[in-house]
Design a binder for this molecule. Structure first.
Ligand code: PLP
Length: 344
């Protein structure tokens, strides 16, 4: 079967807007900058996981599952979107979250709780897989059939969502008379970047895909292996070569990913404030804020993105992480210097 003909459930609003960032383009003074608003896919505020979940949850339904279980950190965007998708489809949402119960539900956890998910906190030192298996057994004993969505929705099936998104972007470019030379996205569990890389080659896109990692460690080999596994699985008749990968790590002394995963830093927060102040678009401190910093610095450097070239930023969602207690506490001082507050 052709990849274009794979069945999927309908969860999101498409096409997601592809908008010009006129203020930011003026501010940076280079090519025309656009943004693809995959933060607006829905459900439960959506984000990049929705495109993946449409293919994954089709499989859940086809196999007669009654519950959906997935994994992540306590503030997982993927988990929150999976809960929303499960609710929409009448399936029971179960989350296995790595870490202790924070005792205070903020950010994504607020939304998970509002939607009535079954949430299991598994301390870091415990075997996560074993804990998940015990939870699955419990539901199965009670008569449920559990569909397990992999971390980040990134297996070969989830990646189809982002392979197909390339076609959507190309159609929008035509309809809106836009030229795009580069797309910049985040790479975490890899489904988004690998999917787009494959999609760009498969559909002969006029743009390349540049990724910014969420962790400072080297990711090239892992992405390459995953992408080619997907090509092989679907018999796509293409392979991705190492030279085609464009992963921007940033300066060695201040990588775009920061010191480590989910550790926001003042430079990332500056980038978040830059987009908020220029376009009124909100990013998150763990993924898109770091990627946007990379986007701006790549444009300023003029190497991978030349001064006359047009670049599109893929907004993959997650802004609700801004409202986690830890991030709010961390951000207070910087917020005060970013705005004027007056006690009138
Ligand atoms: C907001 C956001 N952007 C980007 C990513 C990374 O996407 P991927 O896991 O497909 O690499 C994630 C992953 O959780 C995310 O939550």
């Amino acid at each position: 079967m052709r990849i274009e003909d794979l069945k999927k459930v309908s969860l999101g609003h498409y096409p997601t807007p592809l908008e010009k960032m006129e203020n930011l383009s003026k501010e940076l003074g280079k090519g025309e900058l656009t943004i693809k608003r995959d933060d607006t896919t829905g459900p439960a505020f959506g984000g990049n996981k929705t495109r993946k979940l449409e293919y994954l949850l089709q499989e859940a339904i086809d196999t007669g599952c009654t519950a959906v279980l997935t994994f992540g950190g306590t503030q997982t965007n993927h988990g929150r979107t999976t809960v929303g998708a499960a609710i929409k489809l009448g399936l029971k949402p179960i989350l296995i979250l790595k870490g202790e119960d924070p005792g205070y539900l903020s950010g994504n956890l607020t939304l998970d709780a509002l939607m009535g998910a079954d949430i299991y906190f598994v301390p870091e030192e415990k075997d996560q897989e074993q804990a998940a298996n015990e939870v699955i057994k419990k539901y199965e004993t009670a008569g449920d059939q559990v569909y397990v969505v992999p971390m980040g929705g990134s297996n070969y099936l989830g990646a189809v969502g982002y392979i197909m998104s390339v076609k959507e972007i190309m159609e929008q470019m035509k309809a809106q008379a836009l030229d795009i030379d580069h797309v910049v996205c985040t790479v975490g569990s890899m489904g988004t970047y690998a999917g787009m890389l494959i999609g760009a080659k498969y559909f002969n896109a006029p743009f390349d895909i540049i990724a910014v990692p969420v962790m400072p460690e080297e990711k090239d080999e892992e992405v390459l292996a995953y992408a080619n596994e997907i090509c092989e699985h679907f018999d796509l008749d293409i392979t991705i070569a190492k030279e085609e990968l464009k992963i921007a790590y940033g300066p060695a002394n201040a990588p775009y990913a920061g010191e480590e995963y989910n550790k926001p830093d003042p430079i990332t927060r500056e980038a978040i404030m830059m987009l908020a102040k220029s376009e009124a678009i909100m990013l998150d401190p763990t993924y898109t804020g770091k990627t946007f910093r990379g986007f701006v610095e790549l444009i300023q450097a003029g190497d991978w993105i030349k001064p006359h070239e047009n670049a599109m930023f893929l907004h993959t969602g997650g802004a609700m992480a801004l409202w986690t207690k830890e991030h709010l506490d961390d951000m207070q001082e910087q917020l005060r210097t970013n705005c004027k507050t007056t006690q009138a």
